[in-house]
Design a protein around this ligand. Structure first.
Ligand code: CTP
Length: 486
C-alpha cells in the first residue's frame, strides 16, 4: 500500500452551471427591478380592492397571487398576472359563478378596463395600467385529489414549485421557457398544444437544470414517461395515466395529483419539435434558439409566395367564443380540408390556422398547384375482372370521355375533360363539405390569395407573424441541426 496516494472521498454536489451564452440570454430575459415594482404595485392595488369588497360582503376568502409571478419564473416583458380568490370549500360551482364572480366584477367596474372571459369556467381580466390581471374564483380545497375544477389545484402547484425551486433553478426555468417559446412549443392551449409553464418548472425540478432537461429530451422516444412522484413506482404511476389518457404521447404525473397527466396537451408536432431542437442546441448552442422569429415585410411575403399556390380562407365568426374553442374549431377544419380536397384531385401540401381569438379565423393552405390538368384520367377494370364491371365502365365513360382505350397492361382507361380546373373555384364551391366545425359552418368563408391587397389585409388583421411562419416553414434554429450523430 506504501506510496499510493490516499483516496479522499468528497461528496460532489452537482450544480448546474450555465454557459456564457446562457448567461447572456438570461440577462435579457430576467425581469428588471422596475418590472418587479410595476407587477407588485398592480397586484397590491388589486388585492386591496378585492379584500375590501370581500369584507363588505362578509365573505371569508383568501386573495393570492399564483402562476409564474408567485413562482418567480416569469420572463421580462410579461405583463400578466394570475390572481386567485379562494372561497370556502363548501361553496358550489354556482356560488363561485354568481357570488364569487359578482365580487370580482364589482372591483372590475371600479377599476374600469376589464373583460369577462371563459376557460374551463369564467374569470375576469382586469387591466391595471399595462398589467393584465386574470382574477380567478376558485375553492380553498383541503385535499388536491378532491378538486372540483382544474383551477383549485393551482395553489398546490405554487406550494410545490416554491418548495423545490432555488433562485438558480428559477433562472433555468426562464431559459427553458424562452427556448420553448422560440421553437413554438410553449403553452398548453389548443392554439399550440405544447408545454405549459408548470411543465417547464417540473422538468427543471426533475432533471436539475436547463441543459439537463435538453439532454433527457434529446433521447426521448414515444410514449415518453417522466416520473415526478418519487414515492410511487414508475409502473404504478404510468399504468394509471395510460389508462386515463390513452392518446397521450408523453406522460408526466402532476406531483400534487398523480392521476392527472400534466403533459396531456402536448401534441406530436410540439413533442418532435422539442426533441429535435434539444438535440440541435446541444450540438450547436446558439442565440437563435432564444430569439423571437421575425415577421417578414410585405415585400418579402410577396417575394416568398411568388410561384406558389397559397390560399387563405377567412371565416368571420358570428358568436363570441372562448379562445380554446375557436382554436379547436380552426384546427379541426384545417386538418379536414386536405382529405376533402383530395377527392377533387387537389393536393394540400401544408396547412395552418390562425385566429385573432375574437371574430376572425384564417386557414392557410399550400396547394401543389392552383390549376388542375384539363383532362382527368379514370383508371378502369383490367383483364380478369368481371365483364359486368368492364361493361359498366364503358357505359359510364363512352359519351363523356375524349378517349376510351385498353392500355398496354390490359386495363381500361378513360380521359375526360374536367368541368372545373381552377382549384380556388373548387375550394370556394365546396366550403360546406370541409367547414366541419359548428361555428365555421354558419358563414361562407372569403377566399383570399397572395395578391398584394390580400396580403396587406391579412397583415393588418394581425396575422403577419403567422403568415411569415407559414411561408418560410423552416424554423431559424434548424440551421443549427448539423449533427453527425449516428
Ligand atoms: N396550469 C396548469 N396546467 C396548465 C396550465 C396552467 O396546471 N396546462 C396552472 C398552474 O398551476 C400554473 C397556473 O395554472 O401555475 C398559471 O398558468 P398560466 O397562467 O398558464 O402560466 P404560468 O405558469 O403563470 O406561466 P407564464 O405566465 O410564465 O407563461
Amino acid at each position: 500500500m506504501l506510496g499510493r496516494t490516499p483516496v479522499i472521498y468528497l461528496e460532489v454536489i452537482r450544480m448546474p452551471a450555465l454557459t456564457p451564452l446562457e448567461i447572456e440570454i438570461l440577462k435579457k430575459i430576467k425581469p428588471t427591478e422596475d418590472e418587479y415594482k410595476e407587477i407588485n404595485n398592480a397586484y397590491s392595488i388589486l388585492k386591496n380592492l378585492l379584500d375590501e369588497r370581500l369584507t363588505a360582503h362578509r365573505i371569508e376568502a383568501d386573495v393570492s397571487i399564483q402562476g409564474s409571478i408567485a413562482h418567480d419564473t416569469w420572463l421580462s416583458g410579461d405583463r400578466d398576472i394570475d390572481v386567485f380568490i379562494l372561497f370556502p370549500e363548501n361553496w358550489s360551482r354556482e356560488d363561485l359563478e354568481t357570488r364569487g364572480l359578482g365580487i370580482i366584477l364589482e372591483v372590475a367596474r371600479t377599476v374600469g378596463k376589464y373583460e369577462l372571459r371563459y376557460a374551463e369556467h369564467p374569470y375576469v381580466r382586469i387591466w391595471i395600467g399595462d398589467v393584465a390581471a386574470d382574477v380567478v374564483p376558485a375553492l380553498k380545497i383541503s385535499d388536491p385529489s378532491r378538486i372540483k375544477s382544474a383551477v383549485d389545484r393551482t395553489p398546490y402547484h405554487t406550494r410545490f414549485v416554491n418548495s423545490k425551486l432555488t433562485d438558480e433553478l428559477r433562472d433555468h426555468v426562464r431559459l427553458l421557457k424562452r427556448f420553448m417559446k422560440t421553437i413554438g412549443v410553449y403553452g398548453a392551449e389548443v392554439k399550440t398544444r405544447g408545454f405549459s409553464g408548470y411543465v417547464a418548472e417540473l422538468l427543471i425540478i426533475k432533471y436539475g437544470g436547463f441543459r439537463e432537461v435538453l439532454e433527457e429530451a434529446s433521447k426521448w422516444t414515444i410514449p415518453v414517461f417522466i416520473n415526478t412522484v418519487e414515492s410511487k413506482p414508475d409502473r404504478e404511476v404510468f399504468k394509471l395515466l395510460q389508462s386515463r389518457y390513452p392518446d397521450s404521447v408523453i406522460y408526466m404525473p402532476d406531483p400534487v395529483d398523480p392521476a392527472r397527466n400534466v403533459t396531456a396537451s402536448v401534441g406530436r408536432r410540439s413533442l418532435l419539435t422539442f426533441i429535435l431542437a434539444s438535440r440541435c442546441y446541444l450540438d450547436n448552442p446558439s442565440e437563435v434558439f432564444f430569439e423571437e422569429p421575425l415577421q417578414l415585410s410585405i415585400d418579402d411575403i410577396l417575394a416568398k409566395s411568388a410561384r406558389r399556390c397559397i390560399v387563405f380562407l377567412e371565416y368571420n365568426l358570428r358568436d363570441q367564443l372562448p379562445p380554446d374553442v375557436i382554436w379547436g374549431e380552426a384546427w379541426r377544419t384545417a386538418s379536414t380540408i386536405g382529405r376533402i380536397l383530395r377527392n377533387f384531385d387537389i393536393t394540400v401540401m401544408d396547412y395552418s390556422a390562425w385566429t385573432n381569438e375574437k371574430d376572425v379565423v384564417l386557414i392557410g393552405l399550400e396547394l401543389a398547384e392552383c390549376t388542375l390538368s384539363t383532362y382527368k384520367l379514370y383508371p378502369g377494370p383490367c383483364l380478369g375482372d368481371p365483364y359486368e364491371r368492364i361493361d359498366s365502365f364503358i357505359q359510364r365513360h363512352r359519351d363523356s370521355s375524349i378517349c376510351l382505350w385498353i392500355d398496354n397492361d390490359g386495363c381500361l382507361k378513360a380521359l375526360e375533360p374536367r368541368k372545373v380546373t381552377n382549384s380556388l373555384d373548387i375550394i370556394e364551391e365546396r366550403w360546406l363539405e370541409y367547414s366541419v366545425s359548428p361555428h365555421l359552418r354558419t358563414v361562407k368563408p372569403v377566399v383570399r390569395t397572395t395578391r398584394p391587397e390580400d396580403i396587406r389585409y391579412l397583415v393588418d388583421l394581425g396575422a403577419g407573424k403567422w403568415l411569415s411562419r407559414f411561408l418560410v416553414k423552416t424554423p431559424t434554429w434548424m440551421e443549427k441541426c448539423t449533427s453527425s450523430r449516428d
